[in-house]
Design a protein around this ligand. Sequence first.
Ligand SMILES: O=C1O[C@H](COP(=O)(O)O)[C@@H](O)[C@H](O)[C@H]1O
Length: 232
Amino acid sequence: MNAPFEPFPDVPTLQQAVTDAFCDLVNETVAQRGTFNVSLSGGSTPKRVYELLSQRNLPWDAIHWFWGDERNVPPDHPDSNFRMVKTALLDQVPIPQANQHPVPVNVDDPDDAARQYEQTLREHFQTGSPEWDLVLLGMGDDAHTASLFPGTDALSVRDRWFVQNWVPKFDAFRYTLTYPAIESGRNIWFLITGQAKRDALQQVLQGPADADRYPSQKIKPTRWFVSADACQ
Ligand SMILES: O=C1O[C@H](COP(=O)(O)O)[C@@H](O)[C@H](O)[C@H]1O
């Protein structure tokens, strides 16, 4: 059963709300546990959130930044999710290098890079599943989330945390958290904006169960951030 939500009137209002909620969650979590582990999303909507976060005063030393998905490109490539976050946030505030955990992209051997990143996650969490304080997710207009694309192999992986994923529509590999590694988050927030997402969101919320075609159906977010233009 999906948590109910009230759509935000516009995208800037939603982005401010996500930023405020992120700061509140960081401060609460760090006060309780001393640390905060977040899995970041790529995409247009979170980019502005990262820029807004760079204007806030957060306990930067206590926050560990991971990437929930990545493109198979070098870190300085315009399509790199790491580069996007670096430009919007990491370069703007005093975040220790040791707290930044980008995917070690290996364009020629993405499987090796994915396994290395899984090892990084396992060493960091030291538990049977990645205990994210927050997983930020977007959704594409094809209902993909992270880099779990319709009809792709990663959708059925249950014994790994992080994998390479061949995406035929791009004729390219992506890297992605698997469903179990997302589901282990204490907080999972879905950020969905724009008219282009309307049909996909309708299918995710009300369509017949078909997660192979609509991978976002399988995500049970603890919180929805949806703008009115993404709703029918
Ligand atoms: O490819 C990606 O797209 C999704 C959605 O992005 P958006 O720009 O349509 O909001 C994103 O969640 C994912 O991280 C990214 O790699």
